[in-house]
Design a protein around this ligand. Structure first.
Ligand code: DP6
Length: 357
């Protein structure tokens, strides 16, 4: 009789928001970046993807592998998703070859069920948490003896920023130099507990899906922007060093300046892309002015803004400055006509850094 055992494993993965941005691929096939990047992992209590992977000899081979994302069937035929399946199966097959008593999970169809606890359309980095959870769920199912850095090598091939979501705290993705991508992976710069006062506020300026996807936007920038060459050769290496130092020394003023400068530099290369790409809108720019007003009123740097490939602002600040930052944000934004409702209704609760990953 055919074996109807269903093998199953679940995991969650958090969202991360870069403070030194990844933008540009030197090898689109292997998803290798043109520069290193560094991010902060957000609390899973607020934003996370929960994924269950299962496989069984009783699953119809004709149905192949499948993914249900927030209740909807999702396409798994893309090259990036296929690369993740392939890498994970190859590792499992090696274990099975070494120990013939293991069930042949690598030959069975995979079913993945994935849920975000935040709206996918909110313009937040759902692909990062999504691919990190996808890879770890299958790695757990396959009982692979892989470290988070090894898994980050695989998740990177799904979506670059996903490699940083395999760690909590402060995480660097080292671009590496190997042609096969074997040294392009993430490591933890510091645990969340190293600087537990760090907070992030997400200002959902628009929940609409972004106009130009990160993948295509960065390709256009690499192909057409002269400023981009300066960014990868000089600006990012400097920002990486300064950011690691700021985190090690828990120097918020330095952390904030590098965060804001790097976001500005990234968006400048988008504007220098031909034709130009604009991710920020008027509300985003008003949020920048609001951060400047908050810092000026405090007489020191208490808040830092950063923007990914969309108009939503992420504001980093320290717990002790919650009143000055969150309170003033409500006040400043509330005073401005026209977009008060839009912005205030999008204010998310203060996020703390994830402790559990
Ligand atoms: C602006 O990781 O979404 O958020 O590798 O093509 O999937 P792909 O790109 P993705 O790009 C993220 C870009 C960013 C900056 C960052 O997270 O570092």
């Amino acid at each position: 009789m055919a074996d109807s055992t269903i093998y199953r494993a679940s995991t969650t993965a958090p969202v991360n928001i870069a403070v030194v941005k990844y933008w540009g691929k030197r090898d689109p096939k292997l998803n290798l970046p043109t520069n290193s990047s560094l991010s902060v992992t957000l609390s899973q209590a607020d934003l996370r993807t929960l994924t269950t992977a299962s496989c069984s000899a009783s699953y119809l081979a004709s149905e192949g592998d499948s993914l249900l994302l927030n209740g909807e069937p999702s396409d798994v035929s893309g090259a990036r998703t296929q690369a993740c399946f392939r890498e994970l199966r190859t590792r499992r097959a090696a274990l099975e070859a070494a120990d013939p008593s293991l069930p042949k999970l690598s030959t069975m169809p995979l079913r993945l069920v994935s849920e975000n606890n935040f709206p996918t359309a909110a313009g937040l980095a759902s692909s990062a948490a999504g691919f990190a959870a996808f890879v770890r769920a299958i790695a757990n199912l396959y009982e692979l003896p892989a470290s988070p850095s090894e898994l980050s090598l695989i998740a990177r091939q799904g979506s670059g920023s996903a490699c940083r979501s395999l760690f909590g705290g402060y995480v660097a993705w080292r671009m590496g130099s190997a042609a096969d991508g074997s040294d392009s992976m993430a490591d933890q710069v510091a645990e969340a507990a190293h600087w537990p006062e760090m907070r992030a506020l997400i200002l959902v300026v628009s929940a609409a899906k972004k106009g130009v996807s990160s993948t295509s936007g960065m390709q256009q920038t690499v192909a057409t922007s002269g400023l981009f060459q300066e960014r990868i050769a000089r600006v990012v290496p400097q920002n990486m060093d300064a950011m690691e130092k700021a985190i090690k020394e828990r120097d918020f003023a330095a952390f904030a300046e590098v965060t804001m400068r790097d976001s500005n530099s990234f968006h400048a290369t988008c504007a220098d892309t031909y034709p130009p790409i604009f991710y920020m809108n008027d509300v985003s720019r008003a949020a920048i002015r609001a951060v400047e007003a908050i810092n000026a009123a405090a007489g020191r740097t208490v808040a830092a803004y950063t923007f990914d490939a969309g108009p939503n602002a992420v504001i980093y600040y320290l717990e002790q400055d919650t009143e000055a930052v969150v309170g003033t944000f409500y006040h400043v934004l509330g005073d401005m006509d026209g977009w008060k409702r839009e912005v205030l209704s999008g204010l998310k609760p203060t996020l703390s850094l994830d402790e559990s990953v």
